[in-house]
Write a protein that binds this ligand. Structure first.
Ligand SMILES: [Zn+2]
Length: 274
């Protein structure tokens, strides 16, 4: 079920939400980034890794949203990390006695998602610049777009960028509307990703298609155009919204309309552009 996208870097794409779980091969085992969604696929991933003789020795969640925080017992008990802000955010979420109900509201009932090990991550120190593990250096590019403590990861010697929930061909930029200035946060994050684009041959978004260096720049431009249109209060012409959306992704238009409305209300309330 694993597909190699660069030397020592493999992915598994979930059918639900086209989530990409990323496996990075190290010396004594693998780093697993955003493990997956359903119990069935995470168990199958664990079986595949066992057959390859490559246990999970470390894990990382790119941001504190449920579909990036799941885990299965068969994947073992390796340390699971996130940024300090990511860990603080999920710990606050888990401290609410009804957190499972909140997630269930977002899930199709026929999907079996194991919630017991959700979000059990350790926050890395705020000044950490790389993931502590025995394998290729993985640089943490933390920024504040989409979710608190969101991190993209650059596997420098493999020239691979793991983008988290940025740079998707199926999902529009989803702003963190709890932030003071979600538009400027998003633009700043895109600038940071653009700043490393010259070191990247392959990028892996949290949802959707993997791309090469040319597509990386095109997706940065596409996301920036969307965010700038939102800043100006325009209707973005974006292939991910409206009739050009991929089959099964028509609901992204609702996400767009919802965040456009919330942004307009926030603007009225704050009297600020964004
Ligand atoms: Zn997300």
């Amino acid at each position: 079920m694993l597909r190699q996208v660069a030397e020592g870097v493999l992915i598994h794409q979930s059918e639900l939400l086209q989530n990409n779980a990323v496996v990075v091969q190290g010396r004594a085992g693998v780093l697993l980034i955003d493990a997956g969604i359903t119990a069935e696929e995470m168990a199958a991933l664990a079986d595949d890794l066992r057959k390859l003789g490559q246990p999970v020795v470390a894990a990382f969640s790119t941001h504190p949203h449920w579909d990036h925080l799941l885990w299965h017992a068969k994947l073992g008990e390796a340390p699971r990390y996130g940024t300090a802000r990511c860990a603080a955010d999920i710990q606050a979420f888990l401290s609410n006695a009804h957190w499972k109900d909140h997630i269930a509201e977002e899930l199709p009932p026929e999907i079996e998602v194991p919630l017991d090990l959700l979000g059990l991550i350790t926050g890395l120190p705020a000044e950490a610049t790389q993931i502590p593990w025995d394998g290729p250096k993985v640089r943490i590019i933390e920024h504040q777009a989409h979710a608190p403590g969101h991190a993209a990861l650059l596997i420098e010697e493999r020239r691979v960028l793991v983008a988290g929930d940025m740079l998707s061909d199926v999902l529009i930029p989803m702003l963190d509307l709890s932030a003071a200035d979600p538009i400027e946060d998003y633009l700043a994050a895109l600038r940071r990703l653009e700043g490393v684009a010259g070191d990247v041959d392959v990028f892996i978004p949290g949802h959707g298609s993997v791309g090469g260096a040319d597509q990386l720049r095109a997706r940065i431009d596409q996301d920036r155009a969307y965010v700038l249109a939102m800043r100006e209060g325009h209707v973005p012409s974006d292939p991910r919204v409206g009739p050009s959306a991929k089959p099964g992704w028509e609901w992204v238009s609702d996400v767009h309309n919802g965040q456009a409305q919330r942004l307009a209300r926030k603007r009225e309330r704050d009297g600020t552009p964004g």
